[in-house]
Design a protein. Sequence first.
Length: 662
Amino acid sequence: LVVAAHAVSWSFFDVAHDGLAYFQPSIRRIAAGFNPLYDGYMDLGRAPDLWSEQATYFPKAMGYFAASVVAAMGDIQIGKAYHLLLLASSLFFVWNFAKEEGPLKKGLWVLMALNPITVTQWASTIIDGALASLSLIGLVYAIAFFERKTISRTVHLIGIMALTLLFCVKSTGFAFGSIIIFCIGLHRFFVVWCDLKGRSTVSRLWKAFGAMTFLGLRLGGRVLLLVSVLGFHPYITNLLQHKNIFYPAVRSTEESVFVISSGLDDIAKNVYPSASNRFTRLLYSIASRPLKEVAPAEQKNPLSAPFDDWDVFGYAYNLRAGAMGPLFFLLVLTTLILRCFFRKETQGWALFTLFLMLFIQPHAWQMRYAPFVWCVPLVALLSVPAKREYLLLIPLLVAAANVGGVVFFHAGTQVSIARKTLDLLLPRRGGTVLLEKSIFEYDGVFDRYSMRQKFVNPEETFFYRFPGLALLGQNPDGLSVNMFFEEELPPPPDFPLVFSDDAILPWMLMSDGIAPLMDETAYPPVERWRSYNNRIKLYMRMMDRPRSDWLLTLKGMPWDVSSPRKRSLSVWVFVNNQVVGHWIADETGNGTTLTIPRKLLEESFEDSPQLLTLMLCMPEVSARGGDASPLGLEMKELYLRPASGDAPALPSIVLPSIEEIS
């Protein structure tokens, strides 16, 4: 099983945005020796950015596992094996628990483990599928208490391990794990209260409260002790450094305590314009067709499941509605009908626990954040009495068809992505591949592809892609697939780059943080190259060994939509992650000239792929960019040249045209 999980993970390529953006960079840093207890992403001698903060301060238990696999085997793709291992773990745990049930109820238990979120994330490093599997183990462990079963030492051990990982896999897992432990203790309180019927109220309260406290400390104490070891970072680290265990998700200021906005509320207002709270949004999501765009959700006919609804699940890690599958709404309605005929509740505590877990999460409508919504109808159906078990056949078939269809379409898409990636990479054995936030050397193994990390892109870059020029086209979520090859790196230009000419486009293809924006206020309208976050980065290839220092001339001016008369903007200039100077960009646009030491240039020349990185960092500008950052830098000109008069000219090569590149 372990070998199979690692082999499957190795065979498929992670193209999910969240995986490329911050899960994989976190895994690579830990695999390369980053120690989160003592090292900080914010203290690596480079400008801070949003994803650095995300990777530093949030739990990463799956990252530790993946990093150990990557360090041992050298391939980032193999690290995704935790999805299939945890899915199998939850399946075996549930099967052991259901071995005395009838065949149809056994089917319900098995389907609980085959969560649509889990089965659509096995090819990525995103962790919601792991959260779903661990939550299920924790829930089934709690059901053993609710049904007053004899629990073996092995089951206790697995339950405690799963709850510990639940705390350490994601920040919301802290809440979910706490609710499971709380409900186990609360159930013990009512059990003892009822067993002592006939005694005085004070005695019953004392005994019941004591039993609840003892069980809560026995379970919660063990879990928290393990969390303090495995989850020392970030929970204990945040507590010691920031006096706040949930930093930076919840930050304290002198005025108030506030939660950082994730932008999901704004998305919800667009997707569910007529729903205003977490309850109605979840109901709308269940009753809607699967949706991946930020657009109004379309209500569905529960008896209809068109091809388009299934096809969405080919690339379905971040659906805004209907994320449990095209037939989930029908499954919910079928469950409600059956429950009308069988009022005896045998899973009341389990449903109570599930609903607490669901609605403590404000964004359960985006179901990957609360994947256990899948378990609600299946747990409710367990109340059907054994003599009427045949009635479970219809919902069982609906649930199985739902999971089967999701798996089929998702697996088909992943196979297609793997084949296309293989076709693209096989001719480039031994070459260098640049991806979002990382740089790899490609090495063909057994005619498969293997991406072996060479070094981490120091600024964790999102390469900007011009519309229509994406070399691999668009992936299904509408984002350009950011993949570049060594031969596409342009050399340092031997002429001034003017940010209004088409001549700059080869360099802008290898850039991040700057884009052309049409200024409609000018007449005639003009194209202005403006930053869209707090960094502008350009990438070039050192073709020849430098013989002197180089001079870097930068020209530009600040822009501020809220105050067009902004007079200056502080800009720090980095080359290869080292500060080479400070520039105060003002409204004159005159610019500055800085010296790049020859030592830094030689470092680029001697290290494959001879990459020279130039970064302009603006500390006054928000790292989030967009509407959150109306302040920025408008670039006018950039020029690199040798400082020594007798030094040879910079290398000049014939670059392919934009048409050839596209």
